[in-house]
Design a protein around this ligand. Structure first.
Ligand code: NAP
Ligand code: MG
Length: 404
């Protein structure tokens, strides 16, 4: 069989620890034998980030903007322990944060649904995609401990010096305070990314905030979504036969639990942080969750939702066998290849991506899986395998698919 040719390079962002090991195995076993893989490679492994003073992360994000599609391996976000472990010059920011700040996008996370890994919520039949706004609110807040009695106010000083004041509270004893913000421009691009993603995937879009209580802050989110929807998307949604639906966050939670899935749930930053872990866990496993960052200009970056699986990596370093689930990382590659194939009009690449996903699911449904899934599956006669044998089993399925 001739290898599939590519025209535009994918931006490849390599990463750390166990996922870096899986990354290479996936390329060697599942991609390079079948595709003339064209990538522009950026090493976001912590050593090289340190060597370049984190410039490589910035360069990789700029390359993603230039070419439009990137695939990213999980990376370490340094903390005090990592400073020592890697002898770092600086406690670099999270690469995901840096990339998001440059691309200004929304993160969509969806579970990979397979037979034998059943959702905890019995009514869920189709995946639920969480769209998380990735800017501001409590993640960029300033907070303060109030030592004792006194008055707290919100003060906005305009460029011309005019002040607007709003009383927060007259304290008669100690307490706490927090000030947070968001930007209309960021909320607008969040809304557009969500509407575009709904159209692209043909799914309804739900959005929820607490606008009845947060009458200016959350209400602004609600209004911006509605204005953009009415002005730019209503007709397109009608044509696609999909719906945009706004409700209160507590009502949304209740509806999600009763639903059968198959929609996108847009969440403010904090809600998305919390709800994506709830949805992932209830669908079975963080290792079965895809994650894609979609920027308002259409740039797309695919990754796994989990981290670098440090505990498994240390076992691997000691020469012990690991059974790390590579599904989310494989789907990051298939997602990126499919997108590249669609943009460049290479149907064979799109077809390959579909078959790679099919082969991965067929492997698990056939009873061959990593230990994390073997522990929770409802299938019988399960064959729990190590990291490498799992990828080899997928290759065998893939070869069957490709020869059909
Ligand atoms: P993690 O890598 O997601 O792993 C946490 C635990 O979840 C693992 O120890 C493992 O449980 C299980 N797990 C996660 N992915 C798995 C997989 N593919 N297969 C099997 N089991 C899996 O989170 P962490 O250990 O808290 O973080 C490690 C590093 O990842 C940190 O340095 C953090 O900064 C980074 N991180 C990166 C990203 C990203 O780049 N997107 C996201 C999150 C975290 P058992 O040990 O019980 O088997
Ligand atoms: Mg979280």
């Amino acid at each position: 069989m001739d290898k599939i040719k590519m025209t535009t390079p994918l931006v490849e962002m390599d990463g750390d620890e166990m996922t870096r090991i899986l990354w290479k195995m996936i390329k060697d076993e599942l991609l390079l034998p079948f595709i003339d893989l064209k990538t522009e490679y950026y090493d976001l492994g912590l050593e090289y980030r340190d060597e370049t003073g984190d410039q490589v992360t910035i360069d990789s994000a700029l390359a993603a903007k230039k070419y439009g599609v990137a695939v990213k391996c999980a990376t370490i976000t340094p903390n005090a322990a990592r400073m020592e472990e890697y002898n770092l010059k600086e406690m670099y920011k999270s690469p995901n944060g840096t990339i998001r700040a440059i691309l200004d996008g929304t993160v969509f996370r969806a579970p990979i649904v397979v037979k034998g890994i059943e959702p905890t919520v019995k009514t869920w039949k189709k995946p639920i995609t969480i769209a998380r706004h990735a800017y501001g609110d409590v993640y960029k807040a300033t907070d303060m401990k109030v030592p004792g009695a006194g008055k707290a106010e919100l003060v906005f000083t305009a460029e011309d010096g005019t002040e607007t004041r709003e009383l927060i509270h007259e304290f008669d004893g100690p307490g706490i305070l927090q000030g947070m913000h968001n930007l209309e421009s960021s909320i607008e691009s969040f809304a557009k990314s969500c509407f575009n993603y709904a159209l692209e995937t043909g799914q309804d879009l739900w959005f929820a905030t607490k606008d009845t209580i947060s009458k200016k802050y959350d209400h602004t989110f609600k209004d911006i979504f509605q204005e953009i929807f009415d002005a730019e998307y209503k007709e397109k949604f009608d044509e696609a036969g999909i719906e945009y639906f706004y409700t209160l966050i507590d009502d949304a939670v209740a509806r999600v639990i009763r639903s059968d899935g198959g929609y996108i749930w847009a969440c403010k930053n904090y809600d998305g942080d919390v709800m994506s872990d709830m949805v992932a866990t209830a669908f079975g496993s963080l290792a079965m969750m895809t994650s894609v960052l979609v920027a308002p200009d259409g740039t797309t970056e695919y990754e796994a939702a989990h981290g670098t699986v440090q505990r498994h990596y240390y076992k691997h370093l000691k020469g012990e066998e690991t059974s790390t689930n590579s599904v989310a990382t494989i789907f990051a590659w298939s997602g990126a290849l499919r997108k590249r194939g669609k943009l460049d009009n290479i149907p064979e690449l799109v077809d390959f991506a579909d078959k790679l996903e099919k082969a991965t699911i067929a492997t698990i449904e056939g009873g061959t899986m990593t230990k994390d899934l073997a522990l929770i599956t409802t299938l019988e006669n399960v064959h729990a395998v190590n990291s490498e044998d799992f990828i080899k089993a997928i290759r065998a399925e893939l070869e069957k698919e490709l020869s059909k």
